[in-house]
Design a protein around this ligand. Structure first.
Ligand code: B12
Length: 417
């Protein structure tokens, strides 16, 4: 072999569109395993007979290897019994994947999802990127069920995604990468070469956007999108435009876990597969033979910080400047609450003191969303919502998780996505 043959071979390899790029591998160091076990137990403990069944938690439990077999069975049975008509496209897709991860047959849920995706999108391709999250889940679930039937749906999804995605959202990009990678890997033999080219081109673009969000400390997007982004970058056939050091990402996430940033069960469900070296593409390969997992002894919890009864003051503003949506207003109030309170307590105190600050919440898989303030209500149709900011920076947690600091200025701003 002459000195130039190897580079030449590489070039030919690349030109053929074959996927070769060296991924850096990563794993949780043994000393940090108890941290991971701790959050998994926290997540599993959130499964109760009264809680609304969360398919993302079942997927994470099954990918990681469930500790609590009773919780696993309870969730599986509840999801089996759920009515497709009550679910959005994304929820239905997650339910199908969750049942598959428990080796249960999702039955007619698959054909319901297939039909819904055949008439997607309902209102033209101008939807913002975040609206592709649910449909990405749908393409992924349908791809895992039957790639041949999923092919036309996935192709339409890819074309719309290519032309209609602004602004870019890391979580959505990650989920779209998983969906398109599944399709790319499973294009039925004899299909038009155009499908492979389409998925390849759109994947390249989405992976480029995800990789642009890699920060120096390894976080991809924000800490809560990093789990999904790790899954995406670890399976994509397309090389990211920016070098990704998986271990760096892992180490930073472990530090964040140590600082208690992953206590919301849904945030754990989205990070756990990556910590275990798993992705949603592994769902069809989960082995359901009777559990070998043993519930670990509880890692020593950090002793609770003694609560000082001191009060803090939060400056709280509610603002609606969207014309045509009810009354325009901008009201500010100083609110005093116990230090360590979550933002929800601030909102409750504001409402107690002034009826203009009255608000309503809706329950979701991530917890409570503030759906209405001062009678101005979010709308999926109008794409409006109440965004929460600290100063000018949007919060990366919801009101039931975020703990404001003394003198922090929190704004609830009615805006569009
Ligand atoms: C789309 C989206 C939105 C849309 C939802 C509307 C819609 N119809 O699409 C909008 C733009 C309104 C939104 C708002 C917010 N979001 Co958001 N959102 C997402 C995203 C990208 C996808 C959610 C989804 O479709 N899931 C799939 C379906 C099948 O599951 P679902 O449970 O039915 O989905 C619902 C919930 O996820 C809920 N939801 C969406 N965001 C949030 C945030 C919180 C805190 C809660 C409780 C619920 C919630 O809306 C979905 C549709 O009804 C996720 C990303 C992710 N990794 O999950 C972020 C995500 C859930 N959002 C997040 C955040 C921080 C927010 C905001 C708090 C941002 C802000 N600064 O105001 C607000 C909520 C404020 C409030 N009023 O209480 C974080 C939550 C992190 C955390 N630890 O809590 C995520 C993970 C993004 C991230 N990586 O940081 N969001």
């Amino acid at each position: 072999m002459t000195w130039f043959t190897l580079p030449l071979l590489n070039l030919l390899w690349a030109a053929a569109g074959t996927s070769t790029w060296t991924r850096s591998s990563c794993s949780v160091p043994p000393a940090q395993q108890p941290l991971v076990q701790g959050i998994q137990m926290l997540m599993e403990n959130s499964v109760t007979s009264s809680a609304h069944p969360n398919p993302s938690i079942l997927i994470a439990m099954n990918l990681a290897g469930a500790y609590d077999m009773e919780a696993q069975k309870l969730l599986t049975d509840k999801l089996m019994a759920s009515d497709s008509a009550d679910l959005t496209i994304g929820q239905l897709a997650l339910t199908i994947m969750a049942l598959n991860s428990s080796c249960r047959d999702p039955g007619n849920k698959v054909s319901v999802l297939q039909r819904q995706m055949e008439s997607w999108p309902p209102s033209g391709p101008s939807a913002p990127a975040s609206n592709f999250y649910g449909p990405s889940l749908a393409v992924l679930a349908l791809c895992q069920e039957n790639p041949t039937r999923a092919l036309p749906i996935a192709a339409r999804f890819a074309k719309i995604l290519r032309f209609g995605s602004s602004p870019f959202n890391t979580d959505t990009g990650a989920m779209a990468t998983l969906a398109l990678t599944c399709m790319y890997n499973k294009i039925p033999e004899g299909s038009d070469e155009g499908f492979k080219i389409l998925f390849s081109e759109v994947l390249q673009e989405v992976v480029k956007n995800v990789s642009m969000r890699i920060k120096d400390n390894g976080i991809i997007g924000d800490i809560y999108s990093t789990g999904l982004a790790m899954q995406a970058l670890s399976v994509t056939p397309k090389q990211p435009n920016k070098e990704w050091k998986c271990q760096k990402t892992m180490d930073t996430i472990l530090q964040e876990i140590e600082q208690g940033k992953f206590h919301n069960p849904m945030s754990i469900a989205q990070i756990l597969p990556s910590l275990k070296g798993k992705t949603y593409l592994d769902v069809p390969h989960v082995s359901c033979s009777p559990g070998v997992q043993v519930q670990p002894t509880l890692p020593t919890q950090p002793s609770p910080v003694p609560t000082t009864a001191s009060n803090i003051t939060i400056v709280y503003t509610i603002n609606n400047q969207l014309r045509g949506v009810g009354l325009l207003f901008n009201e500010t109030m100083d609110i005093s609450v116990k230090s360590g309170s979550v933002l929800l307590v601030v909102l409750e105190e504001a409402q107690r003191r002034n009826p203009t600050f009255k608000f309503e919440t809706t329950m979701t898989s991530w917890g409570l969303v503030v759906s209405s303030i001062n009678d101005i209500t979010e709308s999926v149709h109008e794409r409006t919502y109440w965004q929460f900011l600290s100063g000018k920076t949007p919060l990366n947690e919801g009101v039931a998780d975020y703990k404001p600091a003394d003198h922090e200025h929190i704004t609830a701003n009615f805006t569009k996505y």
